[in-house]
Design a protein around this ligand. Structure first.
Ligand code: AMP
Ligand code: GLY
Length: 424
């Protein structure tokens, strides 16, 4: 079967790599893809904006059997609905389901209706009302732009003065544009953050192993927020009891509430969680695979990803089983100097051929003749699997140190929190 993967990140490279291991996978196309998918698969420069005519025409011309949509934007824009309406098989929710990620107030409303544990919240469209509400409560305060803001729409304010300044960002300076015209304010949650990616056909769920992202740019969780600088999996303090709770109190009730509203959901439901003791709270939902979580957890999956995706699109996921490998996985992101601020592209990446036994998923790269050049903020995701987390971390950094490009940097403490002496 021919497959089309939509997106251009490390996530999409990892998805295409795992799909290619399936005995039933035919040609794999990635739109638009990157320097790592170029050659390993076939990159196609398709426009990913509504009404998605180019994507439809390509699927029809190539007789694509399955389209997998990686990023949130085309999901929120309804690409899956357009393709399904023409009878094509798609892994990824439609516009209505993707609102779980595209609108924080919608996600909160669904969680409330489904009884899913999450921080208490209120939505506002005016600065005055928001301020009056804040004045009646203790800090810290968590303020979130309602819409998609590339992970940057959240401000955590320690006290009322900081919260007031934050309100100006949303309502006076319009720092988050249309995404920030509705504001969600919620209680501050303590604990450690974990990502659970679950594959679903809208009724059954299959959980991938728990992982932990590192969102800040610099070691010890300092510096600005990024798309994610590295991941490790599994996360030692996450127990079977936590995972049961996530399945039974978070994922299944959320899907049941969507069904009650007539919203189908086939794809990944990603729960960003805060865990404290035995309590699990949802911080956010995403309607897709995480990046770089995917680069870390898919290599631990011992199963046929194409068969899993097909089962999800056909509503028979309950009957599919896969194993998760023992051991651990660690993914380190190599980023361009200056990221997440301004950075330069076009730096030649050297040493890729010296990588020992890590997987190197490309994110912001492109091919130029026989060279690979940087072409984005997050450039490469280096993943190493081993029998335990300590060895996975060591192996990942040993290979990271074999790769060089001008200005490139990484965090040096990915996975440390998961080690016995690390604080989680
Ligand atoms: P989000 O875009 O919702 O994932 O939020 C970005 C980051 O802000 C999260 O990864 C958390 O680290 C932090 N955060 C979000 N909501 C809360 C909360 N209610 N309590 C504490 N931290 C939060
Ligand atoms: N790694 C965070 C995300 O994919 O949203």
């Amino acid at each position: 079967m021919k497959i089309l993967v939509i997106g251009s990140g490390g996530r999409e490279h990892a998805i295409a790599w795992k799909l290619a291991q399936s005995p039933n996978a035919g040609a794999i196309f990635v739109a638009p893809g990157n320097g790592g998918t170029d050659g390993a698969f076939t990159n196609v420069p398709l426009a990913l904006e509504p009404p998605f005519e180019e994507v439809l025409a390509f699927i029809e011309k190539e007789r694509i059997g399955l389209t997998v949509i990686g990023p949130e934007k085309p999901l929120v824009d309804g690409m899956a609905d357009v393709l399904r309406a023409k009878g094509h098989r798609v892994f990824g929710p439609g516009k209505a389901g993707a609102r779980l990620e595209g609108s924080k107030s919608f996600a909160k409303e669904i969680m409330k209706a489904a009884g899913v544990p999450t921080a208490a919240y209120e939505s506002f469209t005016s600065r005055e009302k928001a301020l009056a509400w804040l004045k009646g409560r203790p800090g810290p305060y968590v303020l979130k732009a309602d819409g998609l803001a590339a992970g940057k729409g959240v401000i955590i304010a320690e006290d009322l003065a900081a919260a007031e300044a934050a309100l100006d960002e949303y309502f006076v300076k319009h720092a988050f544009g249309a995404a920030g015209t509705t504001l969600v304010i919620e209680d501050f949650l303590r604990g450690y953050e974990v990502s659970i990616l679950a594959i679903t056909d809208g009724t059954a769920v299959k959980l991938l192993p728990a992982s932990q992202d590192h969102k800040r740019a610099r070691d010890n969780d300092e510096g600005p927020n990024t798309g994610g600088m590295g991941v490790y999996s599994p996360v030692p303090p996450v127990t079977e009891a936590h995972l049961d709770q996530v399945r039974d109190r978070v994922l299944l009730p959320t899907l049941a509430e969507l069904r009650r509203r007539g919203i189908p959901y086939c794809g990944v439901l990603y729960a960003g969680l805060m865990i404290e003791g035995d309590r699990v709270n949802v911080v956010e939902f995403n309607a897709r695979f995480g990046d770089p979580e995917t680069e870390c957890v898919l290599p631990l999956l011992d199963g046929d990803l194409l068969e899993i995706f097909l089962a999800a699109t056909e509503g028979r996921l309950a009957g599919v089983d896969f194993r998760v490998e023992h051991g651990a996985s660690c993914t380190v992101i190599l980023a361009s100097g200056g990221y997440p601020g301004a950075y330069q592209n076009g730096k030649e990446i050297k040493g890729l051929e010296n990588v020992n036994d890590s997987l190197v998923f490309h994110a912001g790269t492109k091919k130029a003749g026989d060279k690979t050049l940087s072409a984005g903020g997050r450039v490469l995701a280096v993943t190493h699997k081993a029998s335990d987390l300590g060895r996975a971390i060591q192996g990942a950094y040993a290979d990271v140190d074999r790769i060089h490009f001008e200005g490139g940097f990484c965090r040096r403490d990915i996975g440390k929190k998961g080690l016995p002496q690390g604080a989680s």
